[in-house]
Ligand binder design. Structure first.
Ligand SMILES: NC(=O)C1=CN([C@@H]2O[C@H](COP(=O)(O)OP(=O)(O)OC[C@H]3O[C@@H](n4cnc5c(N)ncnc54)[C@H](OP(=O)(O)O)[C@@H]3O)[C@@H](O)[C@H]2O)[C@@H](O)CC1
Ligand SMILES: Nc1ncnc2c1ncn2[C@@H]1O[C@H](COP(=O)(O)OP(=O)(O)O)[C@@H](O)[C@H]1O
Ligand SMILES: [K+]
Length: 503
């Protein structure tokens, strides 16, 4: 699914109005009706509702919602924050449609002396996607005040104070939102970690906008949905055999980090790879074969670099490199040997990322379309530091272009970056914040690459399934008790999502 910037959304609004022959006021009414339907299921009718309105079209939504909630017998009051001389035309129309029993309290910078009732729920329609500069001080003060209050806080389209598609300053005041009802698509800022304290959850409200359009600025952001993945997912054919699903090699699990590559191996095997070899040391091999006899081993020595070139002569379909590899000279040699001998895309995780972060010459040797899976700490080694998620994304895009690689930025909303294109993953939960879960992801993506998924598709499908395992697990596990090794246990049910939809 696409994520639009405010300009693209406005183009879609206009296109929808011309194709469907409806006015902007009609579109606003649809938006308000759909939002109100959601609100009715969330807001108890026994608690008064304060609708905070501004001066733009977001306020128009607010006036309409106040009217519709009043019709449903809610006790509604409007706080009208008059930060401009004129209401937008559609907001004005909806202001005049307010019934007399909805009290409107007007507030501007000269008259901020007002009382908020002790027990209310709040609907924020002060600013939507139109916020383009810091909010007036009196608006900030009111939002700060309401942020301290109890009561549900619902934002319409975008929490006020949060720019929809650009970075906020760290101390910017933003409406502290329990739920944002966002029209047509989520906004990019919802997925930025610096906004986490201001947005607990969001729900997309379909207001019937058309989808296809040649935008004046290219569309670059998407969030990954199951529907998108159904187009990517390759069901197994009846006459397929293990050779149809590739032979993957995982390299890692050095002394002290034996478990890392074992976790990768387990999830690789459970992600459908035909054959799996693991290049590690003697202790790792022993434990691996006890846990996962399906895996093959390629090394009997303590040193992983000795026979690696020879091992690589075998034509592996995918290679995953770096999990528990260590940060020694030997690790650099291993990465270098892989780059010299392999022209296919490879997956680079953990210590392989550390090695290339220290060596520009090695970075230049990465095969095109390779996948890098850094968490934010590892990412800093690759692109340097950043102030905001937007700056981080710009730097990752530049890195992706420069080295022709796909970068999977692992975080709560993992971002898969391929050139200018950003794909955001929304599956998963904090249960995954546990040692080894990144190793599991590396194994899964390597297995998908071995099964001939193009690199970008393997990365997107991998992060989605990885998150689903943790979402499914919560019916049986708590976020605290979930272990990385549980990921492979839930992979069967995760893949079933796709199998069921295909049939
Ligand atoms: N179009 C449609 O069909 C539909 C639209 N819908 C709704 O419209 C919303 C977008 O409406 P919007 O563009 O009017 O923006 P909104 O955020 O309400 O107001 C911003 C206003 O404030 C101004 N301004 C900006 N920053 C400022 C600041 N710091 N301090 C002071 N002023 C500031 C800015 O004007 P400016 O001064 O920049 O000229 C502008 O006038 C969207 O989020 C959705 O809720 C839905 O009904 C569905 C159908
Ligand atoms: N709060 C969260 N919500 C969703 N996914 C998360 C969350 N925290 C961590 N994850 C996921 O868990 C994985 C952690 O990877 P990583 O930090 O490399 O772990 P490790 O190095 O221990 O293997 C990433 O895929 C990340 O996206
Ligand atoms: K809002």
């Amino acid at each position: 699914m696409k994520i639009y910037n405010p300009q693209q959304l406005s183009e879609l609004d206009k296109l929808t109005m011309s194709i469907k022959g409806i006015s902007s006021l009609n579109l606003m009414e649809t938006a308000a009706e759909k939002a109100t339907t959601e609100l009715l299921s969330i807001l108890p009718s026994s608690t008064p509702v304060v609708v905070l309105c501004g001066m733009g079209n977001n306020a128009g939504d607010g006036f309409a919602i106040a009217r519709l909630l009043n019709q449903q017998h809610y006790q509604v009051e409007v706080f009208w924050l008059k930060f401009a001389d004129q209401l937008s035309a559609d907001a004005q129309a909806n202001y005049h449609r307010l019934p007399a029993e909805v009290k409107v309290t007007e507030i501007d910078e000269t008259q901020t002396n007002f009382e908020l009732s002790k027990q209310s729920n709040y609907i924020d329609c002060i600013f939507g996607v139109g916020l383009n500069r810091p909010m007036p001080k009196f608006v900030q003060a009111i939002i700060e005040d309401i942020n301290q209050k109890k009561g549900l806080k619902i934002a319409i389209d975008v929490p006020s104070g949060m720019y929809a598609h650009q970075a906020n300053k760290p101390n910017d005041i933003r409406f502290k939102t329990d739920l944002c009802l966002s029209f047509h698509a989520p906004k990019l800022s919802f997925f930025c970690s610096e906004n986490a304290a201001f947005l607990n959850d969001f729900k997309v409200i379909d207001i019937g906008l058309v989808e296809d359009h040649n935008f004046s600025t290219p569309l670059t952001c998407h969030y990954i949905t199951q529907n998108d993945l159904l187009k990517i997912y390759k069901p197994r054919q009846q006459f397929s055999h293990k050779g149809s699903f590739g032979h993957a090699l995982l390299i890692g699990g050095n002394t002290g980090m034996h478990g890392s590559v074992i976790l990768s191996a387990e999830t690789a095997l459970r992600s459908g790879v035909g054959k799996l070899s693991v290049h590690s040391n003697a202790i790792t091999n022993q434990v691996l074969l006890t846990r996962q006899p399906e895996a093959m081993t390629t090394n009997i020595d303590e040193d992983l670099s000795l026979n690696l070139a020879e091992v690589l002569l075998k034509d592996f379909d995918a290679i995953g490199l770096g999990m528990g590899l260590g940060r020694t000279a030997e690790a650099s040699e291993i990465v270098s040997t892989v780059f010299k001998n392999i022209q296919k895309p490879v997956l680079l995780d953990a210590d392989a990322l550390y090695v290339i972060s220290k060596n520009e010459a090695l970075r230049r040797q990465i095969s095109p379309k390779s996948i890098l899976t850094p968490h934010k700490g590892e990412l800093k080694g690759l692109i340097g530091d950043w102030q905001t998620s937007y700056e981080m994304l710009d730097k990752v895009k530049a890195f992706s272009h420069k080295y022709n690689v796909i970068v999977v930025v692992k975080e709560a909303f993992t971002k898969v970056v391929c050139g200018d294109q950003v794909f955001i993953n929304t599956t998963g939960n904090p249960a995954l914040a546990t040692a080894g879960s990144g190793d599991c992801l590396a194994g899964m993506i390597t297995a998908l690459m071995a099964q001939s998924y193009e690199s970008l598709n393997a990365a997107i499908l991998g992060v989605y399934l990885h998150g689903i395992t943790a979402d499914l697990a919560l019916s049986q596990e708590s976020q605290e008790s979930f272990l990385a090794s549980d990921i492979s246990k839930f992979l069967g049910r995760a893949f079933k999502y796709f199998e069921c939809e295909q049939n």
